[in-house]
Write a protein that binds this ligand. Structure first.
Ligand SMILES: CC(C)(COP(=O)(O)OP(=O)(O)OC[C@H]1O[C@@H](n2cnc3c(N)ncnc32)[C@H](O)[C@@H]1OP(=O)(O)O)[C@@H](O)C(=O)NCCC(=O)NCCS
Length: 375
């Protein structure tokens, strides 16, 4: 019998092999298929990184152009899914709406139950293409506005901003959102990706796995830290108040959202890009106060706790500056991560074994049953 180890939170447990992304938490390294995240964030686009993740090779110009076109052709969501969105109560949380809509997308996909590699690839492309459409449509409908049709002339991120605001974004805005999606694309066996792999390992389908992944991402300890971080910056209100705010929160043993990480013991390399992007964007729009507050919070956290910020922290001022409603930050994280979730589902299906760990039972073992009438 193998030795039993109880690893709370599965910390340090290696639960699967992957060829998708590599993380060195001590050195602050993140690679997608062997390529450094810094090079990809500086030089590549989200569709390019996604193609790399799914094909193990960077696309050449023709391959990328075809891949972009296929994404653009698949953006529209059908009437049934739109009807599902229209039927949601007005105050439905955005991540709950996305979870419902992804499940509904599965119900209207004739290939939903086909787990072959080819069908999984086609479904994954449709999901990546449609999730931004769902998020924008959900937002417009709750505002009493009609959804804006996707524009095939616009890129993946730029089209999302167009569908959200009914206005073409600037190149700088589209690029900032695109890079954030690229940085969110994949990250080892994080909680939502693990969820997807567990679901896929039962030989359930891609839509079920992604619906489950959205449920896991929704929590504050995972994806919704980006929204929570912005709420914190808004509450702090000014850079001069940041230090006292953090001290006070820490004295009440509160966790500061957007800080800490299970794997990184140094700077999260994704945060490096988002910090720079936040500085540039807020500067260019004359709203540098949000960057300044974030910087003071970061300095105070490093000084008091030695804890670095993670990907979600500087994502907050970036999305805020792009005019994205706060509760759509985590759905956008999902819009980026769905490429990684899909890649993991395909990897799991390609070499499957049911994921089924054990629990160490610590309850009673010697209780005598008492019939109902004598209790
Ligand atoms: C990400 C996170 C869940 C990792 O959790 P974990 O690996 O289980 O680490 P723990 O929560 O056990 O934290 C270890 C220590 O650091 C402290 N710590 C970790 N993150 C902290 C934070 N954001 N603010 C304040 N203290 C923090 C904990 O209080 C704990 O201190 P202790 O040993 O004195 O009790 C955790 O850092 C967190 O809750 N961060 C805030 C949410 C967030 O930003 N999530 C997005 C992740 S990308």
């Amino acid at each position: 019998m193998a030795e039993k180890i109880v690893a709370k939170g599965l910390e340090g447990v290696v639960a699967s092999e992957t060829e998708l992304s590599f993380i060195d938490g001590e050195q602050g390294v993140l690679l997608y298929r062997g390529y450094d995240i810094h090079d990809l964030a500086d030089e590549a686009s989200y569709p390019e990184a996604l193609y790399l993740l799914w094909n193990d090779e960077l696309p050449d110009a023709d391959e990328l152009s075809t891949f972009r076109s296929r994404l653009a052709e698949n953006r529209a969501v059908g009437e049934a899914v739109q009807a599902t969105l229209r039927a949601l109560p007005a105050d439905t949380p955005a991540m709950a709406a996305l979870r419902t809509a992804v499940s509904a997308l599965g119900n209207t996909d004739p290939e939903a139950e086909d787990n072959s590699p080819e069908a999984n690839r086609r479904k994954a492309l449709r999901l990546v293409a449609r999730i931004p459409t769902v998020i924008a449509a959900f937002h417009r409908l709750r505002e009493g506005l009609e959804p804006v049709a996707p524009d095939p002339e616009l890129g993946h991120a730029g089209n999302f901003l167009h569908m959200l605001r009914d206005e073409r974004p600037t190149e700088v805005e589209a690029r900032a959102l695109d890079t954030s999606l690229l940085l969110y694309l994949d990250h080892g066996l994080n909680a939502s990706t693990f969820t997807c792999r567990v679901i896929a390992s039962t030989l359930s389908d891609l839509y079920s796995a992604v619906t489950g992944g959205i449920g896991a991402l929704k929590g504050e300890l995972h994806g919704s830290a980006n929204e929570a971080a912005m709420r914190m910056l808004l509450e702090i209100g000014g850079s001069e108040a940041a230090e006292d705010w953090v001290d006070e929160a820490l004295s009440r043993m509160k966790k500061i959202m957007g800080f800490g990480h299970r794997v990184y013991r140094t700077e999260d390399p994704r945060a490096t890009h988002l910090r720079e992007m936040a500085r540039e964007l807020t500067d260019s729009l004359g709203e540098s106060e949000w960057y300044d507050i974030a910087r003071r919070v970061e300095e105070t956290m490093l000084d008091r706790k030695g804890i670095n910020c993670n990907v979600d922290f500087y994502c907050a001022p970036v999305y805020y500056t792009l005019g994205i409603p706060l509760d759509l930050y985590t759905p956008l994280f999902a819009a980026g991560r769905v490429g990684g979730w899909s890649a993991h589902v395909m990897e799991q299906h390609a070499d499957n074994r049911l994921i089924r760990p054990r629990a160490e039972y610590v309850g009673a073992t010697d209780r005598s049953f008492v019939p109902l009438e004598r209790r």
